[in-house]
Write a protein that binds this ligand. Structure first.
Ligand code: SF4
Length: 61
């Protein structure tokens, strides 16, 4: 229980404005992961990041 202050969220969802695309880390100190309704696949499909917000600041197209 000594890693409460060292938690790190790795995330590769680069379309999220909280994602640091350079090292694939979430820049938030905490996130909320939510269940997907009516999903019963017993795979990661059943969970999603509820803190996601779309952001295109880093897009260079
Ligand atoms: S808020 Fe969620 S989707 Fe966005 S970078 Fe963090 S973990 Fe990834």
């Amino acid at each position: 229980m000594d890693n409460d202050n060292n938690q790190k969220i790795n995330c590769t969802v680069n379309s999220c404005k909280f994602n640091n695309c350079e090292n694939d880390e979430c820049t938030l100190h905490q996130i909320t992961v939510e269940p997907i309704d009516d999903c019963d696949t017993c795979t990661p499909d059943e969970s999603m990041c509820g803190s996601y917000e779309y952001g295109d600041e880093d897009e260079d197209e």
